[in-house]
Design a binder for this molecule. Structure first.
Ligand SMILES: [Zn+2]
Length: 257
């Protein structure tokens, strides 16, 4: 069931005009068809939209052969709020008891909704500038689709390997193969200038604390010296606070800068 897909994969090299025409058609089709995505910078998305996108890509770029290659193996779709460092993920699952296998493609709403909000730097995904949120979602699907195809044909997939690069360039014109978008972390850093290592001041339950930013995810982790706190590797004791970055005031530079 994979021979045709393999042959398409080997023999296709789409030029940039074909790629952009096809991806624009998919963009328009999703806007016309989706019950949730009603504008290019949509505020609502449902996991069925991922399936809609997947089938459009499979049809237009692979003659429906990815579905064929899946056979009876289920392909599921999910949206993740917690995935904050990657735009998407493709996984193969096996139920240990029943032996049932399935694939899952997930996309990060945390990343998507951070992008194209108010002022932002140009969003570049896979080496292509994305015009809007739907466009960014398309880059995610293109990337994950290649992961799925590699898993189906070769059991293993890696976007840091040359085979992946060759496929992503020939089908989608990708010139880079990373999962990166603006992450909440990057956004916090760009907007506020707050970086790990900085000394910051913040108010918590009416008390003003001064501490050092340890890391930034959705919130910043700030360590404040406290004799009753946990002992850290520098021998001092700290209490840990999780504070939204916009509530931090920088009072000192990051160490070593
Ligand atoms: Zn990847």
């Amino acid at each position: 069931m994979t021979a045709k897909l393999y042959q398409i994969l080997e023999s296709t090299d789409l030029g940039s005009e074909v790629v952009s025409a096809c991806t624009l058609q998919i963009h328009a089709h999703v806007l016309n068809t989706s019950k949730y995505i009603d504008q290019p910078n949509f505020n609502l998305i449902h996991q069925s939209d991922l399936e809609l996108l997947f089938d459009e890509y499979d049809c237009r770029f692979f003659q429906g052969e990815v579905r064929q290659a899946l056979g009876t193996t289920p392909l599921r779709f999910s949206l993740s709020k917690r995935m904050t460092s990657a735009g998407g993920k493709t996984s193969r699952f096996t139920n240990r008891l029943s032996g049932e296998q399935w694939f899952e493609i997930s996309a990060s709403t945390a990343i998507l909704f951070e992008c194209f909000e108010d002022d932002h730097r140009p969003i570049i995904a896979s080496g292509i500038v994305c015009r809007d949120r739907l466009d960014a979602l398309q880059r995610i699907m293109e990337h994950e689709l290649i992961h799925l195809i590699e898993l189906l044909l070769w059991e293993k997939s890696s976007c840091s390997q040359s085979r992946f690069h060759s496929i992503s360039r020939r089908f989608f014109g990708h010139t880079q193969n990373r999962h990166q978008f603006i992450t909440p972390r990057e956004k916090a850093i760009v907007k506020s200038g707050i970086r790990p290592g900085m000394t910051v001041r913040f108010e918590y339950e009416g008390v003003v604390h001064t501490g050092r930013v340890n890391r930034i995810n959705k919130r910043a982790t700030v360590l404040v010296e406290d004799r009753r706190g946990m002992r850290y590797s520098d021998g001092k004791h700290y209490s840990k606070f999780y504070i939204p970055v916009e509530m931090l005031e920088a009072v000192g530079p990051a160490n070593g800068e």
